[in-house]
Design a protein around this ligand. Sequence first.
Ligand code: HPA
Length: 278
Amino acid sequence: MQAFFTIEQIDEVTAAVREKIKTSPRIGIILGSGLNDLAASVENAVTIPYSDLPHWPRSTVAGHAGQLVVGELEGQQVLVMQGRIHFYEGYTMGQITIPIRVMVRLGLEIMIVTNSAGGINQDFVPGDVMLITDNLNLMGMTGQNPLMGPNLDELGPRFPDMSQIYDAELSELARSSAAERGIILKEGVYVGLCGPSFESPADLRFLQMVGADAVGMSTVPEVIIAKHGGLRCLGISGISNKASLDGSSKTTHEEVIETGKVLTPKIEAIIRGVLKAS
Ligand code: HPA
């Protein structure tokens, strides 16, 4: 399994994508577990199965389709990842972030990431939507940062700043978009863990103590690569379940997918507003 990719390999994938699309996408959108529906609304869409692309990992999780959908949405040229790839599937950090390297190389300006997350903040209930204001990179802190290995100087600096990962202007657009559509938008810190096991009550109490509002198994490696490459990021979590800090209830993937049905229209509406205004 390949840990690091060279710029030549990234460019090989980028060329394979470019060859199949007619447009120059400006905004990348990554759809999380159970949140896949938005891809169906893309107009003049070209779809590219992940299996058609060199080096590109396949999505192996139920609830995650595995294709790129490139076309127009709300007047913007978009590239939608319908189905993301997770670290817990057994891929390397380098592999799961190839799609974002390609977004950087294609010249995208903005990346919108969505995910399903457990609500640690006790004010959150399943079905809430949370604007990600910052994240805790616990995967990185435990030795799994996607930027480890030779730096690709063509894409970004060796030691990229992470003082503001989530773009202030895009976050403001998300707030206005939600408000205009009557959707309550909570805000908070997302913590990214490796998974695939859900957290124990002790894990969750620890995460609460260190300032996490929502917990999931994705997003952080992606935004680190996006930020390294100069993309402006917007992050939205759909709270699919309440994290059980006292162990009194169980968390299941089925629940995550089921709540996704309530979350999808809200997240879609917010994103449409952001796209219109971007
Ligand atoms: N924990 C981790 N990841 C998740 C959760 C959770 O409770 N819900 C959805 N993704």
